[in-house]
Design a protein around this ligand. Structure first.
Ligand SMILES: [Zn+2]
Length: 677
């Protein structure tokens, strides 16, 4: 089986899975088909893949004879990819199944399933550790046995109850065995009891230890309310029996929650069912007919949510969708709040540049990977002696500094009080303070997402505290800080700034004066040379600007916008500043200079001999030809393509992140810009 990533956002990905019965575009929802009594033709509504239960067919003599004769695709009348479950669900419901692991795997192969499943033990959440360990041992033993019976096209389910270490070690163990797909099992009880925060822990403990190159299936997650969150954590497949089960119970699923038909005075959506029938029409129908219509609504809504998620990944606003969805129930909001404990993991996979702007939707947005990454990357810009902090304005901030900003205050971080204003203006770092990126050095204020973000005009308390803490950390790197009163006001910094810190620690920063300080901030400008150098440092690492832009530097600006476009050394193009996100796209000379500056393996993707001629011709790099890379590469970054001797042969834009580049054996890793260096 073959899985490729097409697009990424947070830990989510869109991709394709190739199976003998066709291609599945992920994320995908697999409607559960009952082999004996299916009522809805799911392909009519756009289902690309379905899941059905092998155990039910195995147990029922008539069905077994029929499916062995004509195959599972014919039996359930679905020509596309069919995944089968093994009977684990029955095991978890009724405690026992009378089939062995080997028998059910062989049976699944005989009926022509596209992806089969071994008979794992679904250990429920919150059991005693003893039991979880014992059952996990059996699950792993059966996974091994499954591989011996059928070497490929198999699921292996991550179990381990709610013990994170057991989930992690299970994921690691079966992850190394080379299965084709990894379901995360026994999470239904968590979802049924709205324990979404624990769901986050279980999914993250599993996903971060599973191979990136294989699809992951969140088993039993059939409510569209959780799809976006699960996808953002790296889940690719969902199954839904819920569309039928909810319909049987006269309930309508929406991505924003569930409606009971008995309470409805209006139909809640615009699908065929909801526009053709009123709640009264439905209520007065025979149960069977009503069930079928409600199931249709539920399926349409669920598949539409999956499509919306794919679009969000393409646009780069998946987290905005997750933040919306997680506000539909307080316990989903818990899940979003818990996700902040996993920012570091998400950051590794989150693309460095996206099409969509970053929208701040509330305090939970402060945990987004983009903010963490920004605050660590500003350390790459060379330090200065003095700091000037300015308030927010229209973006980009540097173009909209107001003439009259009112009062300024001085904080002498190190050393004695300095009154010489000339001195303060020397070696000055100008930075802006805003939600959510806290401090934005003027030189890089057009780089994505620092100019491509929006936050409310009214500042919430969490943002205030967050920004205040980050600003304090930042100020402490300078000798003197001149702070605009609007910054102090907005983030309520007076409480800290006005009170001199007690003398217990002699080295602690002190405030010597808060006198009004007069100067004209609007005259402050960033030199173009400083700007390009700082952007390069921020983008490629400390010292990159100096290395890239040496010689007879010529900066060409756009006639229309006045923005920097190209940087040359004499007649040789080094790099182009991309208008949409203000990051550098290298040219040959830029790639050469970055290569001689950055130490191996930084910024590099290393390809084997076979790929070298193709790379030199400017052809894109497939993951299977990569033998090493800088593990910190994020997708959508400029990367250097080198051979085993670290000779530069081409350069391009990463499609995958470092971890994925190393794990994938299929699909593109780098889109080459130019070869032949
Ligand atoms: Zn509807």
């Amino acid at each position: 089986m073959n899985f490729e990533i097409k697009n990424k956002d947070a830990m989510g990905r869109t991709g394709i899975i190739k199976t003998p019965h066709g291609t599945i575009k992920t994320p995908a929802l697999m409607p559960v088909i009952h082999p004996g009594k299916q009522t809805l033709d799911v392909k009519k509504f756009g289902a690309e893949v379905v899941i059905t239960n092998a155990y039910i067919m195995y147990k029922n003599e008539d069905l077994r004879a029929k499916v062995l004769d004509e195959g599972v695709h014919k039996l359930i009348d679905f020509p596309g990819p069919v995944v089968t479950d093994s009977g684990s669900f029955q095991l978890s419901e009724y405690g026992d199944v009378d089939v062995t692991n080997k028998e059910i795997i062989e049976f699944q192969e005989l009926i022509g399933t596209d992806i089969g499943t071994s008979l794992d033990i679904p250990t429920p959440p919150f059991v005693k550790r003893d039991r979880a360990e014992k059952e996990l041992e059996i699950t792993i033993k059966r996974a091994k046995e499954a591989l011996e019976v059928r070497g490929e096209m198999l699921n292996s389910v991550v179990q381990g109850s709610t013990f994170h270490d057991l989930r992690s070690s299970c994921a690691q163990t079966i992850g190394e065995m080379g299965f084709d797909c990894y379901p995360i099992g026994a999470v239904v009880p968590l979802m049924e009891s709205y324990r979404y925060s624990e769901l986050v822990d279980v999914v993250m403990a599993s996903v971060k230890n599973l191979p990136d190159s294989k699809p992951r299936h969140l088993m039993g997650a059939g409510h569209p309310m959780v799809f976006a969150l699960a996808v953002a954590m790296g889940c690719d497949l969902f199954d839904s029996a819920a569309y039928i089960l909810y319909a049987q119970d006269d309930r309508l699923m929406m991505p924003t929650g569930t409606f009971k038909l008995q309470n409805l005075i209006e139909m809640p959506c615009s699908c065929r069912v909801c526009t053709s029938y009123s709640p009264d029409d439905l209520r007065s129908m025979k149960k069977d007919m009503r069930m079928k219509l409600l199931a249709e609504h539920n399926l349409i809504i669920s598949l539409a949510e999956i499509r919306k998620i794919k679009q969000a990944i393409n646009d780069g606003n998946l987290m905005e969708l997750v933040e919306q969805r997680c506000r539909v129930h307080p316990y989903l909001l818990d899940a979003l709040r818990n996700l902040k404990n996993y920012t570091a993991e998400i950051d590794r996979y989150d693309p460095s540049s996206k099409k969509a702007a970053f929208f701040y939707s509330g305090p939970e947005s402060l945990a987004r990977a983009e903010i963490k990454r920004h605050l660590s990357r500003i350390e790459r810009i060379p330090g200065k002696k003095n700091l000037l902090l300015l308030p927010r304005s229209r973006k980009p901030y540097s173009k909209h500094i107001k003439d009259d900003l009112g009062k300024f205050y001085i904080k002498h971080v190190k050393g004695e009080q300095v009154v010489d204003t000339e001195d303060l203006m020397n070696d000055l770092q100008v930075s802006f303070v805003d939600v959510p990126f806290a401090v934005i050095p003027m030189e890089i204020d057009e780089v994505y997402p620092l100019a491509q973000n929006e936050s409310p005009m009214i500042t919430d308390e969490d943002a205030r505290i967050f920004v205040r803490q980050e600003v304090e950390k930042y100020i402490n790197q300078f000798d003197n800080a001149i702070i605009n009163a609007k910054v102090l006001d907005r983030f309520n910094m007076y409480t800290i700034e006005l009170e001199p810190i007690p003398d217990e620690n002699e080295n602690a920063p002190k405030i010597y004066s808060l006198d009004e300080f007069e100067f004209e901030p609007f005259k402050i400008k960033v030199e173009d040379r400083t700007r390009i150098s700082s952007i390069a440092d921020y983008q490629f690492g400390a010292g990159s600007g100096e290395a890239l832009f040496k010689g007879n530097i010529k900066i060409v600006k756009s006639r229309k916008t006045g923005k920097i476009r190209h940087v040359y050394d004499g007649e040789t193009l080094i790099a182009t500043l991309r208008a949409t996100d203000s990051v550098f796209v290298l040219d040959r000379e830029g790639a050469r200079r970055l290569h001689s500056h950055a130490k191996y393996p930084k910024n590099r993707v290393v390809v084997n001999e076979d790929a070298e001629p193709f790379a030199k011709e400017g052809k894109s790099i497939f993951a299977k030809f990569v033998i090493d890379c800088d593990i910190n590469i994020r997708s959508n970054e400029e990367v250097l393509i080198v051979n085993e001797k670290d000779e530069l042969i081409a350069f391009g834009k990463s499609i995958l992140c470092g971890h994925e580049i190393m794990d994938f054996k299929t699909g593109q890793a780098v889109k080459t810009r130019k070869g032949g260096i």
